[in-house]
Design a protein around this ligand. Structure first.
Ligand SMILES: [Fe+2]
Length: 386
């Protein structure tokens, strides 16, 4: 939902006749948000888009289940140590931390999705830690590369076709949707000139027109279950569409970071807003320029936020013992801050090369058994001393 796009054949007005050269009627499909009150896209199909027979699902990824309750503590999980199933992403995602608003997991798909998949429970955001490939939807194709965010709106069916080689993704399901933070838009919805990104920074779908991949199976995730459907024809039969509901790619390095006289809070790194969560991008940047500034994040007790950080690469000035693929989880209720020595050592530094994805969540995040299996047991005590 960045701006309205329009491709292919469109009727001159909504809900009016559109025919092909032989006089065949096109079929509208309205993709709506918040009932009929929010953003929408209207696509025109060659065939009726709602002809589905109920079938077995046969595909689906693991759903989060709670691990036994544990003492409140700062946690570090090495996601690179979490085993993930071989195969397509639809079968291979592993949830690690979750609450009622978000499910945070990983996937390392090594095969294309054999069916179309639609997540009717959540908007989805993937961060490509490693890998590249193609996201295919009826609204067009999107190439993705390492360091890209991939956004897919709730309810849009798609298929991932990864390139050969290692894929490693952070997967975020956002049950209440994902959107551009309101403060980055002006009164007419355009991204503000002083926002940390512009319209040009987002990669939009390349519309390719009707296509038949020979796939006649759709799997829909709804209410925590996977539901299968079969179709008589290819659902990629869209001849045109316009609207603001569509998938996009945002390269994290297109985020334009801020630096201040003194340390700025994470809100300035806010990239995507979700119900109960803010997704922030920490990218290489110059740091605070007051001669006495302490660029390292100050210790803080954010009483209503859990903090989740997925570390990608670079030097993590405030933390020791974390590396690419590390996940730190600092819960509300106890203060968190830099490791011993980091705070003092940061004085006088001019820049940071850190690259990380952070989520602040308002409800507590719970770990899954898969997360516990990759936990660094010495992390809580690693903050003592110095
Ligand atoms: Fe924090």
């Amino acid at each position: 939902m960045i701006e309205r796009l329009a491709f292919g054949e469109l009727a001159p007005k909504h809900h009016t006749v559109l025919r092909d050269a032989k006089g065949n009627l096109r079929w509208e499909e309205c993709l709506t948000r918040r009932g009929f009150d929010g953003p929408y896209t209207i696509a025109y199909h060659e065939r009726r888009p709602h002809e589905h027979r109920v079938a077995s699902a046969e595909h689906g990824f693991a759903l989060p289940t709670p691990a036994p309750q544990r003492p409140l503590a700062k946690r570090h999980y090495r996601s690179t140590s979490v085993p993930t199933p071989s195969g397509p992403q639809i079968d291979g995602r592993v949830p690690l931390l979750y609450n009622g608003d978000v499910v945070l997991g990983i996937a390392r798909p090594d095969a294309p999705d054999p069916v179309y998949f639609s997540n009717a429970d959540a908007d989805e955001l993937f961060y490509v830690f490693e890998g590249s490939g193609l996201l295919r939807t009826m609204l067009g194709d999107l190439r993705y590369e390492k360091d890209d965010y991939i956004y897919v709106p709730r309810g849009l069916f798609y298929r991932f076709i990864p390139d050969a080689g290692l894929q490693s993704w952070l997967c975020i399901e956002a049950m209440g949707g994902i959107h551009i933070p309101r403060q980055w838009r002006n009164d007419v919805g355009q991204l503000r000139m002083d926002a940390p990104y512009s319209h040009r920074d987002f990669k939009k779908p390349t519309f390719v027109g009707p296509m038949d991949e020979g796939i006649r199976k759709l799997v829909v995730k709804r209410d925590g279950g996977f539901h299968g459907f079969s179709m008589e024809h290819s659902p990629l039969d869209v001849v045109g569409w316009d609207g603001t509901v569509y998938p996009f790619v945002f390269p994290i390095l297109n985020f334009q970071p801020r630096a201040g006289l003194v340390h700025l809070p994470p809100d300035w790194h806010g990239t995507f807003a979700a119900r109960g969560a803010l997704v922030c991008s920490f990218v290489p940047r110059v740091v605070d320029f007051h001669p006495q500034a302490i660029p390292c994040p100050y210790p803080h007790s954010s009483y209503d936020c859990d903090e989740f950080i997925f570390y990608c690469r670079g030097n993590f000035t405030s933390r020791r013992g974390v590396g690419p693929g590390s996940i730190s989880h600092h819960p509300a209720g106890i203060p968190h801050g830099p490791h011993p020595g980091s705070y003092e050592a940061s004085i006088g530094t001019k820049e940071t090369s850190e690259l990380a994805v952070m989520l602040d969540t308002f409800d507590p995040l719970l770990p899954t058994e898969a997360a516990l299996g990759a936990e660094d047991p010495g992390y809580q005590d690693s903050f003592i001393g110095g």
